[in-house]
Design a protein. Structure first.
Length: 400
């Protein structure tokens, strides 16, 4: 009810997000991000902070001489800092919170800061790159050279410039077109930054950034940006989980179609924001003839189910190992008491209980794993061998 007494609709989502922010405020930042991401909620303060910072970025650019115009205020700086922290924890959440276009702007700023630019310089350069502005004829020539050099990679996958060898070794990755796009984007940013005087140096610096294991991962012969990869449980690395999914799902489907799993790769489709599997460049189809597409949410759900199975298997294995140890200790103790039984009950006490050559009756009634399980269940595992022979007599008629 409003202050004037009129009834208003209660905004449940707004209430939940505010309550969530209050409940998690004292948690470490990483745990706060995980909590909001896991529940599919936008943190209201973070979203407002990012939007205010982005509004400030819109007023910043470089002049014709490459000098910053406009000033990065505290809101802009705080937004950049918040983005970099959030992106390091969960890139998907950051992208969902602020949108793909805003995410790319902040990502470009983070890239330039990683290579040494201040937040103000990085914001100005990223703004110019986003607007398509070119700073003078020299910069324009360098940008054209970057596009030409990267274009050679598409035309000839065995193109072997220094930066190509650094990024992919003697061969390039299966997703050449995507690598081309990343190199063109980062190479262009570096040229506009004025940090490098020639295209080869700019491209080499961009390739070193892309080759950083914190930035990208090579899985199943394909290079992926970590920011695009599904968020993985902490029990294994992001690379291990993704490789495991590829082996278990698209590769398994390929084998059903009598194709080699080695010919399968996943490519991230930025338009669909999902992964598409290919066999030798041909889209993989499901059992109903539809083109297979795996969203990040679906892959992460698969991760979660597999982790449950892993945990169950680990618990079962631990229980088995514990039971094995208990049985081994029990068996050693019982065998050590055979002499005492023969002294108390007579020299042939064991033979009277079990006349078989291989002692199968003793094994099935007292010594074996199943027998131990039953004896433990009955609460008799601590009793002596003599007592157990009386409690669990041989199931056959024994001649006196």
């Amino acid at each position: 009810m409003g202050s004037s007494g009129d009834l208003k609709d209660f905004d449940v989502d707004k209430f939940i997000t505010k309550a969530g922010a209050a409940m998690t405020a004292k948690l470490p930042f990483e745990q706060q991000v995980h909590a909001f991401a896991a529940n599919g909620l936008d943190h209201p303060d973070w979203k407002n902070q990012m939007q205010s910072g982005y509004n400030n970025l819109a007023s910043i650019r470089l002049d014709a001489k490459g000098k910053p115009i406009g000033e990065l205020n505290e809101q802009g700086k705080s937004a950049i800092d918040l983005f970099r922290r959030m992106d390091a924890v969960n890139a998907d959440y950051a992208k969902g919170l602020i949108g793909a276009e805003v995410y790319q702007r902040f990502s470009d700023i983070g890239f330039l800061m990683h290579l040494g630019k201040t937040s103000s310089e990085a914001a100005s350069i990223a703004a110019n790159a986003a607007s398509g502005a070119v700073l003078g004829s020299d910069t324009e020539k360098l940008m054209k050279k970057v596009k030409s050099e990267v274009g050679k990679l598409l035309a000839d996958p065995w193109y072997s410039a220094d930066w190509v060898r650094h990024l992919g070794g003697d061969n390039t990755h299966a997703n050449t077109a995507q690598v081309h796009g990343w190199m063109r984007r980062y190479g262009t940013l570096l040229v506009q930054s004025g940090m490098y005087g020639d295209s080869d140096t700019a491209l080499r610096a961009a390739s070193e950034y892309l080759a950083d294991p914190k930035v990208s991962a090579k899985v199943n012969g394909t290079l992926y940006m970590r920011s695009e990869m599904p968020t993985a449980p902490s029990s294994r690395s992001q690379d291990e989980w993704f490789s495991r999914f590829i082996d278990a799902v698209p590769k398994a489907r390929a084998k059903e179609l009598h194709s080699s799993g080695n010919e399968v790769r996943l490519e991230f489709d930025e338009n669909l924001m999902a992964y598409r599997p290919f066999i030798k460049g041909i889209p993989l189809h499901d059992t109903e003839g539809n083109i297979e597409v795996y969203t990040k949410a679906e892959i992460q759900a698969w991760y979660a189910e597999e982790e449950k199975r892993d945990i169950s298997a680990a618990v079962a294995n631990a229980n088995t190992m514990q039971a094995d140890k208990a049985h081994d200790a029990y068996r050693k103790r019982i065998w050590s008491e055979v002499g005492q039984v023969q002294r108390d009950e007579g020299r042939f006490a064991m033979e009277r209980y079990d006349g078989t050559v291989n002692k199968s009756v003793l094994e099935s009634r007292i010594f074996g794993r199943d027998a131990f399980a039953q004896i433990t269940k009955d609460g008799n595992a601590g009793k002596s061998l003599g007592e157990l022979m009386k409690l669990y007599p041989a199931r056959r008629r024994v001649n006196p």
